[in-house]
Each structure stands twice: as C-alpha cells, then as structure tokens.
Design a binder for this molecule. Structure first.
Ligand SMILES: Cc1cc2nc3c(=O)[nH]c(=O)nc-3n(C[C@H](O)[C@H](O)[C@H](O)COP(=O)(O)OP(=O)(O)OC[C@H]3O[C@@H](n4cnc5c(N)ncnc54)[C@H](O)[C@@H]3O)c2cc1C
Length: 464
C-alpha cells in the first residue's frame, strides 16, 4: 500500500472516458492511477490491422467537435488524422430494396424519392410548429411523428436510430437519447427553425456552422487511446487490473486484482468510468453491498460488426458514399453497412473494397448473436440484392459485442437516479461515461473532461 496524497485520484475504467479523465487530471497536476481490467486500454475502441486490411471492431469514426479538436491538439495527433473522403458526404437509406441518397438540403428534400410528396410538404409545414413544454417523456418515434409524420419516422428516424444506437425509436426516449431535439422543441417549437437558429448562434460566435467533420486516423481509431496512454506516466496505467471493491472514506480504498493477486491502494478521490455492467458489479464498502446493482438492467442489446473484404470487381455498386442504413420496414437482416474503404484510405489492399456490416441491436438481437458462419450466410443474400455482390468475401473479421451500446430508452431516469444518489452520498466519487453522459465518442471525451475537473477541484489540483 503506497502513501496517499490528497491530490491522488483513481480512475476506474480505461475506455475513452477514463483515459480522457486521467489525461486531464495529469495535466491538472494530480497524481492519477488508471485501472483497466483488459490487457489493453481503449474499451469499445478496437482496431486490427492484418494482411493489408484495417478493421474497426467498434467505432469506425468520430466527429471532430471543438472538444475533440482540442484533445487531438494536446496529444499532437492533429497530423495523424484521416479525414473522411468527400464522397462520404453522400449517405444512403434503403427503400424498396434500392439505395436512395439521403437529401442534404431543403431543396434536395423537395425532390427526393426517399419520401412521398405528402411527407415532404409536411416537413416544410413543421416550420410553423409552436414551442411546447412537455411534462412527460415520450418515445423518439412519437416525438418525431408529431413534427414530421409517420413516414419520416419509418424511413428517416428508424434507420438513423439503428445507425447511432443500434436502437429502436419506439423504445428510445426523446428526452434522453436526443436531448438537443427535446430542447429545440421547448425553445423554438419547430425543430427546423431550431436547427437554423443554432447555426446562426454558432456563426455569431465565430464557430463553424456545418456538421463537424468525420475523422479517424491513418492507423485507425486505436491511435487515440494509445496516444492517451502514452501521454500518461508509465506507472499511471495499470492494465489487466480489475477493481472489485471500493471503500468510501478519506482516503478511499480501492481493492483490485491482477494475475490472481489482490491489492489495496488509497486515493483522495475516485472516478468511475465503467460500463453499466461494471458499475453494477462493483462492491461498495466491506459488507458486500453492490450499490449500483440496478444498472445491470440498463438495456444493451448485442451487436455484431462484420468486416467483409471483396475484390473490387465482385461489387457492382460504386460504393460512392458513407454507407447505407436499413429501415426495419425493409425487413433485411442488417442494420446498415459502411463503405469502409471509401470512407478512409488504407482500409483494403489495392484492387479490393471493404464493407462493415452491423447486425443485431434492439431490432434483431438474435441476429446480433449469430456465429460468424451463420451471420455471413444471413447477410450475404441481402448484400447481393442491395450492392450487386457476387461470390464470397475474400476476407472476414467478426467482432461480437454481447452488450454493445447502452439504450437511453423510456424510463432512463431509473438508471440516472442511483448514480446521482451514490455521488451525493459519497463526496469524492464521480461517475460518468457512455451509460450516463451520452454514447458518442465526443460525448465520452466531454464526460471524461467534466469528471476530471470535478475530481481535480475536490482533490485540490490546479485547474487546466
Ligand atoms: C460496435 C460499436 C460501434 C460504435 N460506433 C461508434 C462510432 O462510429 N462513433 C462514435 O462516436 N461512437 C461509437 N460507438 C460508441 C462509443 O464507442 C462508446 O460509447 C464509447 O467508446 C464508450 O466509452 P467509455 O469509456 O464510456 O466505455 P468503455 O469503452 O466501455 O470503457 C470502459 C472500460 O472499463 C473497463 N472495466 C470494466 N469493468 C472494470 C473493472 N471492474 N475494473 C477495471 N476496468 C473495468 C472495461 O474493460 C473498458 O475498457 C460505438 C460503439 C460500439 C460498441
């Protein structure tokens, strides 16, 4: 057991949230120790490079928000970014078995075959919606239907929710899953007017008004967690170290195991950057109480990410876009497919193309659990129809996520309340990450930053 300084902070969980928190604490002059149960850091971010293919098992890209740009600058990673190709601005949604480009402007929407004329006119009429303060939450599907009608839910929001959450808009909470839309309705009534007003506010502040650029790195997404680890002192990162108990008090005691050995360490403050299942298993104190056990009920449907490589001539479709999302109404076996080798360079050997198929999620959990062989034979017929594929893949890599993405479904507050209660009861404890603060990588980086600020303030480090 080492000596404890007030400024010492334990960060438990070495995904992007915990790594960001640890890095920002280190910059703030705190003595930080990060515990990660896997042999390597990164959590959901896993990149594999093999035989000229670059495979992302988890996130394939991230949006370069202001917060992400700042982090990359601090880590000296700006020059290693790979910007999404301009072709990737085009996105497709499947309708009637065909890939239809998503309209990118109001003018584009007016002539788009993706929606009926009636729905397109209804979208324009949304501009007249008055502000509305709802007293109860509603599903994302109901929320969007009230603004734009049912067809926009079925062929716009349904595939979008599958692409972001692997979720089902009939179950997702409008308030928690898409808080920006909820707020825009309160303030402006019309979501379209709200988007315009937000863009004008950003312009007035001198910020970029368009959608943040989509980026990755030449060696894939793993570059970011690896750089965060490298920026920390060697002794700050304990990988292969599973935290089993935390004993509140001053100092906090952390009981952790590595290679069958149990150890105890002491800290001035503790950050939990764990997935819901990790929070649920954590024992608080010495009496075996799992204070956050209810978090185990937060839905995390299984998802399979299936990376498939083909020779270019095997695919008739030009793959001239980001990829295609598949609405549930189309009754296909996949949630969507990324055109990975179009999106970023260097993902496939010369003369080849790479696709990343997502299957499972809230919509079809049983498909998400299929073995590699069954999954390939389930999705190939759909890909043949949609993309004009012939023959079998020349390269396959399957990543299975038994508990992929936390679903912010209706009733989500029942998972937020115990987290807030736990923090209130235990000064010096700070909880964040994808199960609470938003699921995207920029949300997680923001969460890590906020956790670090609060912990540094508590532990008395200087503010960066
Ligand atoms: C298939 C998939 C695709 C995605 N695509 C995108 C995308 O394209 N863009 C995007 O922005 N986001 C995407 N996301 C979401 C995003 O990747 C995650 O929300 C984010 O990485 C979660 O980060 P986190 O640090 O909060 O949690 P995690 O990454 O889950 O990290 C938590 C860490 O805690 C560790 N841990 C657990 N228990 C213990 C313990 N007891 N002791 C010590 N360590 C413990 C775990 O091993 C893990 O490393 C995707 C997610 C998935 C699964």
């Amino acid at each position: 057991m080492g000596t404890t300084s007030n400024k010492s902070v334990a960060v438990i969980g070495g995904g992007i949230t915990g790594l960001t928190a640890a890095w920002r604490l280190h910059r703030a002059g705190c003595d930080v120790t990060l515990f990660e149960k896997s042999p390597q850091v990164g959590g959901a971010i896993v990149t594999t490079e093999r035989d000229g293919w670059l495979v992302e098992g988890g996130p394939n890209s991230l949006q370069q928000t202001t917060g992400i740009a700042a982090l990359l600058g601090e880590l000296g990673l700006t020059g290693q970014r790979a910007m999404a190709s301009t072709a990737a601005k085009k996105r497709f949604i499947v309708r009637g078995g065909r890939l239809i480009p998503v309209p990118l402007s109001p003018a584009g929407l007016l002539v788009s075959p993706l929606f009926s004329l009636r729905s397109r006119l209804r979208v324009l009429a949304e501009l007249l919606t008055r502000p509305r303060v709802r007293t109860t939450d509603t599903s994302l599907a109901n929320f969007v239907a009230a603004h734009f009608g049912r067809e926009i839910v079925d062929y716009g929001i349904n595939p979008f929710a599958a692409g972001v959450y692997a979720g089902d808009p009939e179950k997702l909470s409008a308030r928690y899953a898409f808080p920006n839309l909820w707020q825009l309705e309160r303030q402006y009534g019309s979501l379209l007017r709200g988007f315009r007003a937000q863009a004008e506010e950003r312009r007035a502040r001198g910020e970029a008004t368009g959608v943040a650029p989509i980026i990755s790195f030449a060696h894939g997404m793993q570059t970011l967690p690896r750089a965060l680890q490298a920026a920390l002192p060697d002794e700050a990162v304990r990988s292969g170290a599973t935290v089993t108990n935390i004993i509140p008090g001053q100092p906090w005691k952390i009981i952790w195991t590595r290679d069958g050995t149990v150890e105890t360490s002491e800290f001035g403050a503790v950050i939990l950057a764990l997935p819901a299942s990790g929070l649920a298993q954590l024992v608080f104190g010495t009496l075996g109480e799992r204070t956050l056990a209810s978090l185990d009920h937060q839905p995390h449907p299984p998802v399979s990410s299936l990376f498939l490589g083909f020779r270019r001539e095997q695919v008739a479709h030009p793959l001239d876009g980001f990829g295609a999302l598949v609405p549930a109404a189309e009754r296909h076996s996949l949630l969507g497919v990324l055109f990975s080798s179009t999106l970023f360079p260097g993902r496939a050997p010369d003369g080849h193309v790479a696709l990343t198929v997502f299957a499972g999620g809230s919509r079809q959990p049983e498909t998400g659990r299929l073995s590699t062989e069954s999954l390939v034979s389930r999705v190939l017929p759909d890909l043949r129809t949609l993309l004009g594929l012939t023959g079998d893949p020349v390269f396959t890599h399957h990543t299975f996520w038994p508990k992929a993405i936390p679903q912010y479904n209706l009733g989500h507050e029942r998972f937020l309340e115990p987290l807030a209660r736990c923090e209130n009861q235990h000064p010096g404890l700070f909880i964040g990450g994808a199960s609470r603060d938003g699921i995207s990588l920029p949300d997680c980086v923001q969460s890590g930053d906020a956790l670090a600020r609060k912990a540094a303030e508590f532990a008395g480090g200087k503010q960066s």
